[in-house]
Design a protein. Structure first.
Length: 195
């Protein structure tokens, strides 16, 4: 999960899957083996994910941190309180808010809402947020509106990703968008037009 969260930066999941498959084929998809793997070899294995040299450095930075602070004990690292772990993840070179939150939600099973480009695009097009909203503001807004549940946040994020890939694309398919229709209905009914 952590490798996937780092590799998915600036690419699509299919490319990440190919890179992870390469790591599995070479039997290096563990923190210990990744730490021993030369960076250039790692870069070649993850090449399908794009920006492979930078991502190899990011993976190495994460694994180095894990070994320096936890003796390679990933479970120990992930068992920390959410706020502390998030701050620690953000202190590692190459890990930003979306990647840190993906690690928290998917690897550590912590109730943290992941905001990504799909989330921002969908909510902005529906008129629910400004397109200029910051990551932290949008995350706070989402977390304030939903029950705090890792399972719910996981499902919600997956549904937003799917909707963003299939309907709310860069060239949107608004005529097929059930969310747009629901928002229009809500606006009409709350303004008295639907009565």
């Amino acid at each position: 999960m952590i490798v996937g969260a780092i590799l998915t930066q600036s690419t699509n999941w299919r490319n990440v899957e190919r890179a992870i498959e390469n790591l599995k084929k070479h039997n290096v998809l563990t923190p210990k083996r990744l730490s021993k793997l030369p960076e250039e070899k790692l870069a070649q294995l993850i090449r399908p994910a794009g920006y492979f040299r930078q991502k190899a450095k990011k993976l190495k930075a994460f694994v180095a941190h894990l070994h320096a602070h936890y003796g390679g004990d990933l479970r120990g690292m992930l068992a920390q309180p959410t706020k502390k772990l998030r701050a620690e993840l953000l202190s590692i070179w190459g890990i930003g808010p979306e990647t840190a939150d993906s690690i928290l939600l998917y690897a550590a099973n912590k109730p943290v809402f992941v905001v990504d480009a799909y989330t921002k695009r969908i909510f902005s097009r529906l008129g629910l947020i400004s397109s200029q909203i910051s990551y932290d503001e949008l995350q706070r807004l989402c977390m304030a509106q939903l029950p705090k549940s890792a399972k719910l946040f996981n499902e919600y994020h997956a549904l937003l990703v799917r909707h963003g890939k299939e309907i709310c694309r860069p060239q949107p398919r608004c005529e097929r968008c059930v969310l747009a229709r629901a928002c229009q209905f809500y606006r009409r009914s709350s303004s008295g037009l639907g009565r």
